[in-house]
Design a protein around this ligand. Sequence first.
Ligand SMILES: NC(=O)c1ccc[n+]([C@@H]2O[C@H](COP(=O)([O-])OP(=O)(O)OC[C@H]3O[C@@H](n4cnc5c(N)ncnc54)[C@H](O)[C@@H]3O)[C@@H](O)[C@H]2O)c1
Length: 280
Amino acid sequence: MKLKKIVLTGAAGRLGSYLREPLTALCDELVSTDLEDVGTCYPGERFMKADLASFDDMMAVIEGATMVIHMGAFVDEGPFEQLLGPNFIGSYNVWEAAYRTGARRVVYASSIHAVGMYDKNVCLDTEMPHRPDTFYGLAKCFSEDLGRMYWEKRGLESVHMRILSCASVNNPRSLGSYLSYDDLIQLVTRCIDTPVTGWAVVYGVSDNDRSPVDNTKAAFLGYRPKDNAEDFAQAVFAEMEAPLDPLDKTHMCHGGPFASVDLGNSGLAGLNVVDDRKKT
Ligand SMILES: NC(=O)c1ccc[n+]([C@@H]2O[C@H](COP(=O)([O-])OP(=O)(O)OC[C@H]3O[C@@H](n4cnc5c(N)ncnc54)[C@H](O)[C@@H]3O)[C@@H](O)[C@H]2O)c1
């Protein structure tokens, strides 16, 4: 069954660029929104420029939508004040506007950084208490709790995809944390087409041999990833110049470099993320 209207926030971003086209197949109208332009729209897609930090903007964009796929955010660690508008207030605006306009569900791009301070040798399931590694991770915890409260008090469903690393495999950490774009698309599709979800958490990770997380309790979503970072393991190990220090949180914690940076400092600076966003 096709939905009437889906809203995609963060549509101009890297992950949004891969989601836009497949999302048009699931609804009569996809409204893609961002502060940045998305370029040429796909058939069935309309772009609306809007600021997550503006409640009026979110009301205008979300009006009439059945579901909101909320990917927009400031995507790095930074000073709290930099994250407050897009990541904290932005989430409140999305949930409150979705509730007021009668939307059914929010599908949210949460992150491993909500639980980034756990040691890597602890396998994380979806019910582990939050242990954010940064203000960025704290905003993901806030949004997950916000979603739970809106479900329990107001009946607005939400699925929180704790994405690990949706980026090419070019370091030892990503052998466990890799999420391919095809698996991301399958995950978002399952979060939309699962008939009832209530409030749920699921890890966004491919079928990696070295995956450090456990999605058993989210099995009802039917997410069955197909890709495996092990295909890149020999190449990654060949590039390693020295053994990794197990006392360095960058290597020993789930959050990688976000676990070891001082609060307010970039975590992305420690990752070699290639901007390979899909062009329209
Ligand atoms: N890429 C990953 O591996 C990864 C991992 C975990 C979680 N996530 C989450 O997935 C989502 C998408 O990540 P991405 O890698 O595509 O990041 P991205 O930076 O490429 O995209 C984020 C988008 O949000 C938009 N945005 C920022 N502030 C805004 C505002 N005030 N109003 C409107 N739009 C605003 C930006 O313009 C950008 O287009 C984010 O929520 C991120 O936290 C990504």
